[in-house]
Design a protein around this ligand. Sequence first.
Ligand SMILES: [Zn+2]
Length: 198
Amino acid sequence: MGFKSKKFQDPYFYEERLKTITFFDKVACYLHAINIISHEGVDIKLPRLSQSVQNVRTDWKNIQKRLCDPYSGRVSTTFSDGVWIFAVNHLELSTDNINKLMLELGDCKLVIASEGGDLMHAEMKLLRALKGMGKLKSGRVEIGSSKPCCLRCRDVLNNWRAAFTSYHSIPVAENKWDDPDVGVPGWKQHPQEMGLVS
Ligand SMILES: [Zn+2]
C-alpha cells in the first residue's frame, strides 16, 4: 500500500495507518514510543502492547502522533527463527528501552542490527542482518516499521518479496540512502526459469 501524502502528519495518513497496522508495525511503534517517552522525560504510563491501538488514552495518542513526525527517527523490526531483530535510524536505544520492550514481548531473544549508519535505512539494516545470518530468503521476511518506508526501500523489499505495510512517496536522494548490498534473489534475476513470467 502506498501513501501519497507529503506529510506524515496528514490526518489521512494517521487514519490509514491505524486501519492497516500489523503486529510487527505495532511492535516497532511500541519500542519507538518507549524511546520517545524516555528521551523526552514525559510522564506517560504506557498501555500494554496487547491493547488495541484504537482504544487508548489521549496522552498515548499524542505519542502515536509523535511517531509520525518525520524528525522523530525510525524503528523497524523483523522476526526470524525465534529472534526479534530491531534496527533504528536517528535515535539511540538504551538498555532501559530494550528492557521495557522485553517486559511486553515476554521471554524472547532480541538483537539489534547495528551494521550501517543512519543513511542505511532501518528496513535495509534488517535485510543486511538477515543476509549475514544466512536467513534472508525471498518471500519469507516480514518487516514492521514505526512509519512507512521510502520508495528505495520499497523496491528492495519488493525484490525480496518481503511483507510490509506501507511506503511514502517523498523522494530520497541517492546520496541519502546507503545500499544494504544484499544482492537480488534468484526469482528476480531469472524470472522465466522460476515460472513467474511466461
Ligand atoms: Zn528507506
